[in-house]
Design a protein around this ligand. Sequence first.
Ligand SMILES: Nc1ncnc2c1ncn2[C@@H]1O[C@H](COP(=O)(O)OP(=O)(O)OP(=O)(O)O)[C@@H](O)[C@H]1O
Length: 689
Amino acid sequence: MTNYNSNDNRFDGRCFLEDVEIKLQKRLEEIGQSLSDGQKEIDNMQEYYWENYTEMDEYGYEDYDNQQALLHQVNANNEKLQLKHRFEKMLDAPFFGRVDFMYDGDDEPEPFYIGIGNFAEKNGMQPLIYDWRAPVSSLFYDYDKGPASYEAPAGRLDGEILSKWQFKIQNGELVYAFESDTKIDDDILKKELGTNSDVKLKNIVRTIQKEQNAIIRNTKDRILVIQGAAGSGKTSIALHRIAYLLYHERDTLKSSNILILSPNSVFADYISHILPELGEENIREMSFDLYAYKELRKGVAADCEDRYDQLERRMKFPDESAQNRFDWKQSKDFIGEIEGFLAILEDRLMEFKEIEFRGMTLTEEDLIQLFYYKFTETPLLKRMDAVKDYFIDSWETLKGRNISEDDQEMLQMKFDKMYTTKDIYTIYNWMLDDCGCDLLPEVPYEKRKLPYEDVFPMLYLKYRLSGGNSTHKNIKHLVIDEMQDYSYLQYTILESLFHCRMTILGDRAQTLDTKQQDVLRFLPKLLGREIRTIEIKKSYRNTLEIARYAEKVSGVSDLELLDRHGKEVVEKTFNTDTELLDELVCRLKCPGDFETAALITTTEEEAFDLSRLLKLRGINVSYVDRNSSAFKKGLTVTTFYLAKGLEFDQVFALRGAKENPLKNQAEYICATRALHELYVYEIADSLSK
Ligand SMILES: Nc1ncnc2c1ncn2[C@@H]1O[C@H](COP(=O)(O)OP(=O)(O)OP(=O)(O)O)[C@@H](O)[C@H]1O
């Protein structure tokens, strides 16, 4: 290991830093000037337009040309603005690594400095700093000193790494520099992980590990599934992978082509700044539950039970038969039931009646012929529309005139009447009846509230009867986080909605289900052969003491843990709520150097009660529930299912009731949220009782 020493003349990082900062400043000034020139140009164009638009040619050519020129100038300015933001960020820390690489056949090594973005003195000149996503930068992540190679656009380039440096630069000042080998990578990694957590997930470009890098840079596999223990960096990797793909496929992939399915708004906010920090635009995020509720609100049911209500009910009133019914309704077997039902539905649903309209007739036989043979590919509830359109087309062609709007409406009604019902809710009830299940209440749309167990089966039925939603056609990459929390049925629906590349990640031990479902078993069959599964066993977040404790709770024991030490985990049982509060208040009044702490409970009621009681004792608390959209520094009080994916410096976990079927998962999730300190508390007489 070589530390930075200003007398060491082999090291020129500091001179290079000074030089780069001057050049960055200069480019920023140039960009600033060009931005203001561009803005003047935009203002002039707009002024010209407003002064002259009444005199522009009647066909709109001049108007069109003007709009195009304006759009072009606005886009150019946006690009410059993005560049400006990147260079401003780089001014703070222009680079974090350097590789001295000697190409085979050369006798001088070439130094490559690596940072969060490319930087050259002028456009088109050789970069002084390479983007961490550039091909040559893979040398930094994948190799130590010795023979190495990288894939350049023109093919593989071989050579030897003579030295590799890692830097920490803050506010433009060099904090440290190491000439590194693998061991030092570990030291720097531990240093990074030893720092306090933030309310936002950090970018890890300085310390991406080799196995993580292989996933980030994987462009071969259409569907990549990552199973990894808590804290193994899955979410970080997925987001860095998106940044990598946006950089490498910038001609064909835009941020608007990417969608993240995330569990809730707090998590969405937590991950929201990584991409902007890496110089990319933020990407869209959506909760699959909210999406389903929205889809069903279009004509099926006015309201749906929230997933978290179902979860809370399951924890408070464990009921095995209700759980088995829930599991069955989300399973492959239930899809089989729906398909079986659909196969014979037509006879029950349709009552064909002859149509006669101003000299043209469609007999029952004609209708049957069209319905069963001509439009067989059209979904059942849309098929009569296809027959109606066909009839109208034929009539208009024959008569040489159009059918009036009133007549079209009347015809629509006649064709619709051939369905016994078009109400998907009613049809779903027929199916429940056939399966011997309890029926949903027969009430009008406004009064319908779907139990959570029926939300996705109903959505499946809706799509099978009326066709899927095609608004996601522009999505070219789907990221699914917390993959273990999606059922077979949900994946089936996702597969029908998205025909794109996917990055799917999760941890089977963190399931919100009573049984661990191994999605890895059915995903390859469901999503096709172009799927690659990678398991990561190294965990980064927790100290060794916390990680060992979590291993004990989950029964997962084959993890590779980082040798970062901290305080032993404290386990304590209290006789009363008051004793617990006394202890919490005492600890929270001297929080140490930590930035974030969390009191994590099993149920919403416990979280709510404790946050209220702590507030009464003068503790500053932010209570996070399902409607929250972010968490703040300081103490957060929340449930384990909302804390999923997040991390805190210090965690106080409140063990749930013994009879809670999700007790173990809850404890594992709570424990693995803690970076530095973990306290596991239990009350003999639980608050929620
Ligand atoms: N290579 C790395 N360098 C520095 N920090 C890392 C690295 N990999 C992971 N981390 C850190 O480890 C922590 C866990 O990462 P992340 O949240 O991405 O893991 P995860 O597998 O999604 O966790 P969970 O399943 O528990 O939500 C974060 O603080 C992240 O910054």
